[in-house]
Each structure stands twice: as structure tokens, then as C-alpha cells.
Design a protein around this ligand. Structure first.
Ligand SMILES: Cc1cc2nc3c(=O)[nH]c(=O)nc-3n(C[C@H](O)[C@H](O)[C@H](O)COP(=O)(O)OP(=O)(O)OC[C@H]3O[C@@H](n4cnc5c(N)ncnc54)[C@H](O)[C@@H]3O)c2cc1C
Length: 362
């Protein structure tokens, strides 16, 4: 936990998340040279390149926003910084290297059984054990699970052309590619994070390629937009399943992070929503009557967090399904949709504001 290794994920943090991390002494622990400002989000559909922006839907940050839509930070560096900050809190005891085997809750307390047989009692158990949360399942909370039947491969690529801070989300025919602008290092060339979504057999075949063949394949897939691509990291894979828990709480238990809402990565909001969930929970605990696990506290948290996440979860799944459907008429509709959206200034302003999220927890 203190030194997690690179896991491929580059997290696009909103301004709100960055501010929260700053206020809580985490942001300054992330090496500044590893933070990459996200200046433009470019969305494309179909197999014709539109790197000049024509036919693409573009979002750019308004001039008063430090010139960034958000900030791209490697996930393992966020985890390292969070761990450091938490370790310095004298009121927190970290019990690492042990899983939670079982948990229960009654009117007065939550009880946890750990791997080593020890029991912990608390007024509230908060489960943040990921989108396949065992605690959620064991406590009988079901979930909407949308299996896209695909896998995501993430890795860093080096290339000669600068990315100019542009995050490209490209719904190509038969593949979905994101190229995210990573901060340069001291080596020649520039770095991007490749996020490639394909069916599991294709991902397995790509993972098995040697570096030279993989580089050629990625250069072809990205149509040499940034020049020849060269693999710079491990190739990490994730199943593409999204999850929305039927409930976010039960007796003396609250679900946060992916355990409550496991988003599709296209809108880059999973981690941001996870932070928001814990903020809402803290606010409701503070508002309550000194019992953090009281039913009314947990119900208020659940109400607010569902309201903040349900529309986004549904909209993201809908867009992801439409934009990975390659039948001829749908392809034309996808392209027309992007063109129309690009001309609708109020819509673009709304979405840009949402992507940046400079407001507080709602
Ligand atoms: C490719 C990719 C790109 C992404 N990009 C973005 C992005 O740009 N922006 C964004 O906001 N989000 C992004 N996300 C989503 C983001 O990574 C997740 O939302 C976030 O990491 C979830 O954090 P979490 O702590 O809830 O869950 P996890 O990171 O899954 O952590 C769960 C933890 O619980 C532990 N655990 C599990 N079971 C037990 C047990 N029984 N006992 C004890 N511990 C247990 C695990 O070991 C793990 O450490 C991306 C995700 C992917 C896959």
C-alpha cells in the first residue's frame, strides 16, 4: 500500500478533486513534474482521422481556469500520496496485508472478522473494496452489472509528436481508443497513455506480441497521429464491467468508491465520484447526532450520492453502448451527433463545466 506499482491507470482529476486533495494535504505529495494538465478533450467517431479537429467534438477549458479541463495523474502516485497522508494521522490505524473475511451489523454496531481471526467492532463499516465488492455481496446488496464483453488495455507509449495536452477519445470502427496526455520525462519524445478497448481474445493476442510488433500495431491503430509509437510500460488489462449497487447502505454499513458505483472509464469520473461519495458521507455524519452509523445518516448519504451518480451512470453506459455499435446507419448517426453537439455552444459549456467540476459536492 505504501509503494503501489504502476497499474496503467492515469486518472483525470477534476478541479474539485484537485482542490479536495490539496485541502487534505495530498496534492503536494504528488511530484509536480508527473502531473499533466488536460487542455482539450477531443471526441471522434468512425475510421477517418480528424486530427485537425474537423468532424470531432472538442471541449476546451474556459480562459479563467488555469487553462486546464482537469489534471492527469498516474493512479499509483495518487495512492502513494494518499497513503502517506493517512499514515501521518494519529487517529488512524492501518491494518495492511489482511482481508476482511466477514462482516455483520446490528442496531448498535458493525462487526468485522479479519483474515487472522481477529474481530473489530465499530459504529460504522465503510466498504471501499472495489466494483466486485465482496462486502457488498456478502451483506446481500445486489447491483446492476453491465458487462460490455470487452477488456481494456492501458499502457504508456512514447512518440515524437507533442500531444499538446489533448485527450483523444476515439470511437473507431471495431475498437475504442483513448490517447491521454501524460507529462514528459527527461527522455527524448513525448508520452501518452493508450487506453484500448477490444474483445478479450484481441487483447490477449496484443498482450502476447513482442515490443516491436506491438509498437507497429499501435502505430497502425492510431494512424500515426503522433508518429511511431513505442511501448514504455507494462500492459495492464481490466474487464469492462460497470456496476451500480442497488443500495449504498444497510445496517451500519456504507458503500463508497467503486463498491457503490463502478463507472465506465470513458467519462473519467470513477475516482472523482469516489472522492465525492466520501465527502457526502462525511458531511452527513457531521450533520448527524454523533452516531456515524445511525440509519438517518446513512439514508441521507445514500439519497444524495445516488442523486449525484445515477444520471451520469446511465448516460455514460448509453453513450458507450451507442458509440461502440458499428452498424452502418449507427455509424452515420454517431458522426452526425458529434457534429451537432460541436455546434451547440450551450451544451458544450454545460458539459465542459461538468467535466471540470469546480463546484462542491451536491
Ligand atoms: C483503465 C481505467 C481508467 C480509469 N480512468 C479514470 C479517470 O481518468 N478518472 C477517474 O475519476 N476514474 C478513472 N478510473 C476509475 C478509477 O480507477 C476507480 O474509480 C477507482 O480507482 C476506484 O477506487 P476504489 O478504491 O473504490 O476501488 P479499487 O481501486 O478497486 O480498490 C479496492 C481495494 O479494496 C481492496 N479489497 C478488495 N477486497 C478486499 C477485502 N475482502 N478485504 C480487504 N481489502 C479488500 C483491494 O485490494 C483494493 O486495494 C479508471 C479506471 C480504469 C480501469
Amino acid at each position: 500500500m505504501a509503494a503501489p506499482s504502476f497499474d496503467g491507470r492515469e486518472i483525470a482529476l477534476t478541479h474539485h478533486s484537485r482542490d479536495w486533495l490539496e485541502r487534505n494535504g495530498v496534492w503536494d505529495r504528488i511530484p509536480a513534474q508527473c502531473i499533466s494538465p488536460l487542455k482539450t478533450a477531443q471526441i471522434e467517431s468512425g475510421d477517418e482521422p480528424s486530427s485537425n479537429g474537423s468532424g470531432a467534438l472538442l471541449f476546451t477549458a474556459p480562459p479563467d481556469s488555469a487553462d486546464a479541463l482537469g489534471f492527469l495523474v498516474p493512479n499509483h502516485l495518487i495512492r502513494t500520496a494518499l497513503h502517506e497522508a493517512v499514515s501521518e494521522q494519529s487517529a488512524i490505524t492501518i491494518l495492511a496485508g489482511q482481508g476482511v473475511v466477514a462482516s455483520s451489523g446490528n442496531r448498535d454496531k458493525a462487526v468485522l472478522l479479519l483474515d487472522d481471526g481477529s474481530l473489530i467492532e465499530a459504529s460504522l463499516l465503510i466498504a471501499a473494496d472495489g466494483r466486485f465488492s465482496r462486502i457488498r455481496q456478502a451483506r446481500g446488496i445486489g447491483a446492476i452489472i453491465h458487462d460490455f464483453g470487452k477488456q481494456i488495455m492501458v499502457c504508456r507509449m512514447r512518440h515524437p509528436e507533442p500531444h499538446q495536452g489533448v485527450a483523444l477519445q476515439w470511437f473507431d470502427k471495431g475498437q475504442t481508443i483513448a490517447l491521454l496526455p501524460v507529462a514528459d520525462d527527461d527522455q527524448p519524445g513525448h508520452l501518452s497513455s493508450l487506453v484500448l478497448t477490444l474483445d478479450p481474445a484481441n487483447i490477449a493476442a496484443l498482450k502476447a506480441l513482442d515490443k516491436a510488433a506491438f509498437d507497429r500495431d499501435v502505430t497502425r491503430r492510431t494512424q500515426s497521429r503522433l508518429g511511431p509509437m513505442s511501448l514504455e510500460s507494462a500492459r495492464c488489462t481490466y474487464p469492462l464491467k460497470t456496476v451500480f449497487a442497488h443500495r449504498f447502505q444497510t445496517t451500519r454499513l456504507a458503500l463508497i468508491g467503486d463498491a457503490a458505483v463502478g463507472m465506465h472509464p470513458i467519462t473519467a469520473h470513477g475516482f472523482n465520484l469516489g472522492l465525492k461519495g466520501q465527502e457526502i458521507l462525511c458531511e452527513e455524519i457531521e450533520r448527524g447526532d454523533a452516531d456515524p452509523g445511525a440509519p438517518e445518516v446513512l439514508r441521507a448519504f445514500e439519497r444524495r450520492h445516488r442523486r449525484a451518480t445515477a444520471p451520469l451512470f446511465a448516460a455514460t453506459n448509453g453513450i458507450a453502448s451507442l458509440y461502440t455499435h458499428d452498424a452502418g446507419p449507427v455509424l452515420a448517426l454517431r458522426k452526425a451527433g458529434l457534429l451537432l453537439a460541436d455546434r451547440m455552444t450551450p451544451l458544450k459549456t454545460l458539459v465542459t463545466g461538468f467535466l471540470m467540476d469546480r463546484k462542491g459536492a451536491s
